[in-house]
Ligand binder design. Structure first.
Ligand code: DC
Length: 220
């Protein structure tokens, strides 16, 4: 099996890049952020405080998350309900980042993620893929961009969805999320020693994909 691990902060373009790569290579695409988002959503829906680690741990076995793939689209199911759209709100991004600090939450999801890679050629994206989930990945990319550029991309995305957020609010949110994701005790976001750094600040999605495909050839 061949695996490509893509890690990086919010708004670096890793989702679009990973999806594009998976399509080109005919590999399975796994969005691990969607799994943390669905977990966060479960606790929001059930009025369990995201600060209450004890209650969160006690309820983890009630959460069933499935990613299904059809016609190049991922559908995310939380206890058999399609939550693909619901998990894309800013509230869910924040909840995902908050529940992602807990050891038991991560153990649960990492186990599922490792399973995908056993039986599929894969492009997996997240925060800890190259460091924890797939430490032996064939190719590891750490994709980043400046804070301001990432906020600009998120702001445009949110506006297209008709959401009323200011650029400053999006920037603040991105900075907070970066801080939490990079400073948590367990599996913080960081570049793996053997990952290639790609800065997408001044690059289009296609340029990033082509650069990664070049690395793939060089490394093989
Ligand atoms: O990739 P994303 O923005 O959809 O991820 C949402 C949050 O989930 C992110 O801020 C931190 C958490 N996450 C994580 O802790 N580990 C991962 N592998 C993926 C996401």
């Amino acid at each position: 099996m061949y695996s490509i691990a893509i890690d990086g902060p919010a708004g670096s373009g890793k989702g679009t890049v990973a999806k594009g790569l998976a399509n080109k290579l005919n590999f399975l695409y796994v969005d691990t952020g969607a799994m943390y988002r669905a977990t966060g959503l479960y606790f929001i829906k059930n009025n369990i405080s995201l600060d209450d680690e004890k209650s969160i741990n006690a309820n983890l076995d009630k959460i069933d998350i499935k990613l299904k793939y059809k016609d190049n689209k991922t559908t995310v199911y939380l206890n058999q309900e399609d939550v693909s759209l619901e998990i894309r709100t800013e509230e869910c991004s924040r909840a995902a980042s908050k529940v992602g600090v807990y050891e038991k939450v991560r153990e649960n999801l990492v186990r599922m993620q490792k399973e995908y890679a056993k039986t599929n050629n894969i492009v997996m994206e997240g925060r800890d893929i190259g460091t924890v989930v797939l430490p032996n990945a064939n190719l590891k990319i750490y994709l980043t961009a400046s804070c301001e550029e990432r906020a600009r991309r998120r702001y445009i995305e949110q506006k297209e969805k008709g959401l009323e957020l200011t650029y400053e609010e999006v920037l603040k949110d991105i900075k907070e999320r970066d801080y939490r994701d990079m400073h948590r005790e367990i599996s913080p976001l960081k570049q793996a020693d053997d990952a290639i750094l790609v800065d997408s600040t001044d690059m289009t999605i296609d340029e990033v994909i082509n650069e990664i495909l070049k690395y793939r050839k060089v490394r093989d």
